[in-house]
Design a protein around this ligand. Structure first.
Ligand code: HEC
Ligand code: HEC
Length: 421
């Protein structure tokens, strides 16, 4: 199966069989999404290019491109066997996997609603994979001896950085790209692999929902990171909580190659990480589109009525004044990331829990980037390590560590302001 990027629209499912029976029995045809040619891309730019075609391509990549990482998830980790043996839809939803309701034909929706499609059968999971309905997971389903069989599986960026709006049922709804999937338990999923040792499984199982350690496979330290949003990043020339890269493409390449297992290469002299997967490169050509798409996703505004307007106005004055927040959280994105990074002793989120070494010390910069704050309401817990469960906890941490001397009412006002961003 070739893994080159394709620009074919995501319409294949409309051509698929009308009934689930035929979905299970007959193929949906070849993966036409992958048939398109790779066109040369313009140089990576840190600003969103005004190019809707590039952005549309990037959406396809973000949602559906595995960069050939089936090599890791199928050949090495054997997740296709795990899914076929043990991951029925109920199990999949319980580890935070999401189902794209818009990928489901009406007959499947009806079958789920009237119970004729079993959510406790792994055959249903395979049917959903065949429909490309499991967010961030791509399966190749082949008819073997008359039975639909999952032969290859890989993951995409959407696994961790998309969720759904639950409009159909909990875990089933419309895609919300860029929203971190804080229900997803990547460690618990990886730990199902029969290829891992008991010690490795214990580490993966310790992470919990919404967290992933993107450096564990290199330094073997167990310091999982909160999965951050991939929205609201336009104009910020410093990427990840430690500002390791100057543009999204830097980190997209890091994750695509060194974590997802996509084909291509990543080299970083500052950490000594150097990885080459495969003897082809399935990621470089799609990075400009992938970056353009992410930069096009705005942070979601706070829901109506979700904060107290008068208290937020008082909180803004504190933020800009005595609480000194705006000395670092400055400018339209509430970050000074384009001009400087901060040492670990300046942040309110250290020391790390459980005696783990500073996350900064494991990074390329050894520093922290001031986090942008738009859309904060959407993604608790806070800080790189998730040590603040709520915005109240964030403000309390600053009040203590920065000795701000704010009273309870002032802290509450500051929280309302943070909820309004
Ligand atoms: C297994 C889960 C997982 C997958 C898959 C994944 N990421 Fe991430 N992503 C993370 C985590 C965890 C971080 C935080 C890393 C850090 O701050 O050091 C992160 C960080 C990021 C950031 C930095 C956000 C910021 O505020 O600077 C972006 C952008 C991003 N990922 C995009 C992507 C893209 C695009 C892909 C696909 C190529 C991808 N991620 C795949 C878990 C994942
Ligand atoms: C010295 C610079 C500095 C000051 C002053 C500062 N911050 Fe921060 N802030 C940071 C850095 C750096 C991070 C990222 C820390 C991390 O990821 O662990 C951060 C993270 C945050 C986060 C978490 C964002 C997320 O996505 O998880 C919030 C909320 C926040 N700050 C609010 C505030 C408020 C409110 C104040 C004032 C009371 C303040 N900050 C003062 C530098 C600063």
């Amino acid at each position: 199966m070739t893994q080159s990027m394709s620009i074919a629209p995501h319409r294949r499912r409309l051509l698929c069989a009308a009934f689930l029976a035929s979905l299970l029995a007959a193929g949906c045809g070849d993966d036409s999404r992958r048939a398109g040619p790779v066109t040369p891309e313009p140089p990576v730019s840190p600003q969103p290019p005004d190019d809707s075609e590039l952005i549309a391509q990037g959406q396809e990549v973000f949602r559906f491109d595995t960069f050939g990482d089936e090599t890791q998830w199928t050949d090495t980790l054997r997740m296709h066997e795990v899914i076929a043996a043990a991951v029925d839809p109920i199990t999949a939803l319980s580890v935070g996997l999401k189902v794209d309701a818009e990928a489901l034909p009406a007959e499947v929706v009806a079958g789920i609603q009237d119970g004729s499609i079993s959510l406790t059968s792994t055959d249903t999971t395979i049917a959903l994979l065949k429909l490309d309905a499991v967010v961030g997971v791509r399966g190749t389903v082949e008819n073997i001896n008359g039975k639909d069989t999952l032969t290859r599986v890989g993951i995409t960026c959407a696994l961790c950085h998309s969720t759904v709006d639950d409009s159909f049922a909990p875990g089933i709804g419309k895609r919300l790209d860029g929203w971190p999937n804080r229900d997803l338990n990547p460690g618990a999923i990886i730990a199902l692999s029969p290829a891992l040792t008991a010690e490795q499984k214990a580490v993966y199982n310790s992470w919990g929902p919404g967290k992933y350690d993107p450096r564990f496979n290199f330094d073997h330290l167990n310091g999982p990171q909160v999965i951050p949003p991939a929205y609201g990043l336009a104009g910020i020339h410093s990427v990840t909580s430690t500002g390791d890269g100057e543009d999204l493409a830097y980190w997209n390449r890091y994750v695509g190659v060194t974590q997802m297992g996509g084909h291509g290469s990543f080299t970083e002299p500052r950490t000594g990480v150097s990885v080459v997967n495969g003897n082809d490169d399935l990621i470089s050509a799609v990075l400009p589109a992938l970056q353009a798409y992410q930069l096009s996703i705005p942070a979601p505004p706070p829901p109506d009525g979700s904060f107290d307007v008068a208290a937020a106005a008082r909180g803004e004055a504190l933020f800009m004044g005595v609480a000194r927040c705006s000395t670092c959280h400055s400018g339209p994105e509430f970050t000074d990331a384009n001009t400087r990074l901060h040492s670990p002793d300046e942040v309110a989120s250290e020391p790390e829990p459980d005696g783990v070494p500073s996350y900064a010390s494991r990074s390329a910069t050894k520093m922290y980037r001031t986090a942008p704050l738009k859309g904060l309401w959407q993604h608790p817990p806070y800080f790189h390590n998730g040590t603040a469960a709520t915005l109240e906890d964030v403000v309390l941490a600053y009040n203590t560590k920065h000795a701000l001397g704010l009273g309870a009412g002032e802290m509450a006002d500051l929280v309302q302001y943070l909820k309004s961003l």
